[in-house]
Design a protein around this ligand. Structure first.
Ligand SMILES: O=P(O)(O)OC[C@H]1O[C@H](O[C@H]2O[C@H](CO)[C@@H](O)[C@H](O)[C@H]2O)[C@H](O)[C@@H](O)[C@@H]1O
Length: 371
């Protein structure tokens, strides 16, 4: 799949994790930052610059609202604003929210009870789930302890990472060969090779370079912006941009996308994600992986998906449908979600994964004793 073709199946790469025999590789575009190297060749679309702060398009106004709400203030910010203590109102609203989305740690017995006689399959988002959210996406590393927890979990349960980042990037960050990986919000999944003609991929390369360069060139004058290329989608970060410049970003993104009707915009944590207009998302990626791993029979399989972001909601929805499995939202503040359970932060994610391993080891040794 490419950013422009609008086809309805993901690009599939090789069937065994970490063995590279990918077809139709995209161009070797690297992540762009204002301090980094800019591109001197290739065509891109320069959109006319409009006056800052003048939002002319209702759609752009909608995007601005979404940008403002896409990353609610963290618990730390609540605390900072409150002189180091959480106000009882915040505690109260978090506690009420937890009634609807209980902690996966305190509900651990309930979860494992429901998993009895079933195979658990684990799906993990990366940023904000396995690694803490930081200002620089290149520094979003996971701890060695988290890596061990994921490695151990994968010994007992089929485990996949589903990330908005490119698959190569998230593979590098996680660094575990035994997992399945889906990058670009599930658009790039390891699986059986689909042969596609050379000419098709050549056309993808040039178009995608153009999309990426257009994004880079049209926001590079806004201090703090950063554009990442994920091969099948792209991210425009505004975490480090002064809020007064957010309307300009919203307007420019709107103007750019007018030139690319086959692209759409979604929102993550202080990031705008540009992706193809196709019916594919993290939820579809979960269904695809369950199917291709022979885990689609919900009578025998309990999928658990852990994620922190809006894009993870598609996966939560898929699991909620027909009580197929459990979504777990990672958040220290109340958020509207389709997840059943919650965890506060990556350290609780690690505890949950470690608990699953312990539970599994204990049930195996209990089984051996009765055999
Ligand atoms: O699906 P994910 O694995 O969660 O990836 C979603 C986006 O994550 C990254 O951005 C987010 O994390 C950054 C590092 O902590 C943070 O600086 C940024 O504000 C967050 O939006 C990644 O850089 C994006 O490309 C992914 O799309």
């Amino acid at each position: 799949m490419d950013m422009m073709s609008g086809q309805s199946s993901p690009v599939l790469t090789d069937s065994s994790p970490m063995k590279e025999s990918r077809v139709g590789m995209h161009s070797s575009l690297t992540s762009y930052s204002q301090s980094g190297t800019s591109f001197s060749t290739g065509k891109y679309i320069q959109i006319p610059k409009k006056k800052a702060g003048k939002l002319e398009d209702a759609m752009a106004n909608g995007w601005l609202d979404a940008m403002k709400s896409s990353s609610p203030p963290s618990k730390k910010l609540f605390k900072d604003l409150n002189g180091g203590v959480l106000s009882s109102d915040d505690e109260f609203s978090y506690a009420s929210w937890m009634c609807k989305h209980p902690s996966a740690l305190s509900s651990f017995a309930e979860i494992t009870n429901l998993a009895k006689g079933k195979k658990i399959a684990i799906f993990l988002d990366y940023d904000g789930t396995l690694s803490p959210i930081v200002d620089d996406p290149d520094r979003a590393v996971m701890s060695d302890n988290m890596r061990s927890a994921v490695r151990d979990v994968a010994k007992y349960f089929p485990t996949a990472i589903i990330s908005g980042r490119s698959r190569d990037k998230v593979c590098d960050l996680v660094g575990l060969e035994e997992l399945h990986y889906a990058g670009s919000h599930g658009l790039d999944i390891m699986g059986p090779v689909h042969k596609v003609s050379e000419a098709h991929y050549n056309s993808i390369n040039s178009t995608d370079q153009q999309v990426f360069r257009t994004l880079v060139e049209n926001v590079k004058d806004i201090e703090g912006t950063r554009v990442e290329n994920h091969k099948f989608c792209a991210s425009v970060h505004y975490r480090n941009v002064d809020q007064k410049d957010w309307p300009t970003i919203a307007q420019r993104m709107h103007d750019i996308l007018t030139n690319y009707p086959r692209l759409r915009l979604t929102h993550g944590r202080k990031v705008l994600e540009v992706r193809p207009v196709i019916d594919w998302d993290k939820g579809k990626a979960v269904e695809f992986l369950l199917e291709s791993l022979g885990l689609s029979d919900s009578e025998y399989v309990l999928p658990i998906y852990i994620g922190d972001d809006k894009t993870d909601e598609d996966a939560f929805k898929v699991l909620r449908r027909g009580n197929r499995g459990y979504g777990i939202l990672v958040s220290p503040v109340p958020k509207e979600t389709k997840a059943f359970f919650s965890l506060r932060d990556p350290s609780e994610v690690q505890q949950f994964l470690e608990a699953l391993v312990k539970w599994r080891e204990q049930s195996e040794s209990g089984k051996r004793m009765t055999d």
